[in-house]
Design a protein around this ligand. Sequence first.
Ligand code: 5MM
Length: 335
Amino acid sequence: MSTIQKLMSTAKAMIAESKGLLAMDESTPTCNKRFEKLGIPQTEEARRSYREIILTTHGLNESISGVILTDETIRQSKRDGTSFLKIIADAGIIPGIKVDAGAKELAAHPGEKLTEGLDGLRERLQEYSQMGARFAKWRAVIAIGKGIPSRGCIDANACLLALYSSLCQEAGLVPIVEPEVLMDGDHSMDKCLEVTEEVLQTVFNQLYVQKVKLEGIILKPNMILPGLACTKQAAINEVADATVECLLRVVPAAVPGIAFLSGGQSSELASAHLNAMNTRFKSRLPWGLAFSFARAIQQPALEIWKGKEVNLLSAQRALYHWAKCNRNARLGDLA
Ligand code: 5MM
C-alpha cells in the first residue's frame, strides 16, 4: 500500500460513519487544573487511573473510532500491567498522539499565541509510528479581542500547522489540523464566522504551499458560536447553519472529514449543534461531520469519578452515554 493510500484509509476509518474521536490529550497542566477543581490528587498515578477508566469503558468502541493520547499516556498501562496501546488495539480503536508542545506567547503580539513543537518532530513521529500511532494532532489557538487576531498570528500558526502536517504524512501518520478560534470574549457570532473563515482560508493555503495531501488529513475546527460573554447567544439551528456555511466556503471537497472540538460548550449543546448540522445538511456535504471532543464527552464522567474507586462504574456509564449521544448526533439521530 502506498503512503497516500495508507493515509486515506486511516482518515476514512477515523471518520467512519457514526463514529468520532475522543480527545484525551490534555497536557499535564490542563489535566492537573481540572483535577484540582474536583479535589483529585494531581499525580501521575491519578492521571493514569483516570485514563484507565476511560479506556476500559465497555462499549466505547461503538461510538469512538480513535483516541488522541499524550506522550505520557501512550507509554502507560493498566494497573494489571496491560499496556494502554494493547487495550486500544483490542477494542479496534485507532491510537493517535498529540505532538505539539503547546501554545506560547507570540513575540511582539500581545495577547496572541503561537503553537510550538517542530524541533525534533520528525524523530518523535517515527517513534510514535513504531509504537503504533496512526494519526497525530497539533492545536493552534486564535483569540478574538480588540485588534486581534493579527495577520502575523494567523499566518505563523497556519504555516506551522502545514509544516507539522507534511512531516506527519511523511511518517505515514494522518495529521489532525486544529486551528481553534477561542470562545472567550463578548464577540458576536458574525465575528466568529469572519475570523474562522479567514483562519481556515489561510490554513488551507499553507497546506497547499507545503504540498500536504488533503485526502489524508482530518480538520478539527471550532463551531461558529458567539463569544461566551456575548449578550446575544444563538439558537441551535443558527449555529448549525453558520458553521456549515463557513466550512462550505473554505474546506475543499478532497478533505475526508471534519471532527469538531467542543471548545468549552456544555455536553448537551455540543451534541445538539453537531446533530443539527447532520440533520439539516448531511446529504449535501462533501465531507463527514464528526466530533473530536474532550470536555463534552469526558467532563460529566470526571465530575462523577472525583478520584474515588467507588464512583468508577458510574463515571464509565456517563462516558459511554456522552460518547453514544455524539454517535447519534453524527447520524443526525439525537433524541
Ligand atoms: C480544544 O481542545 C481540544 C478539544 O477539547 P475540547 O473538546 O474540550 O475543546 C483538545 O484536544 C485539546 O487540544 C487537548 O485537550 C490538549 O489541550 P491542552 O491545553 O491540555 O494542551
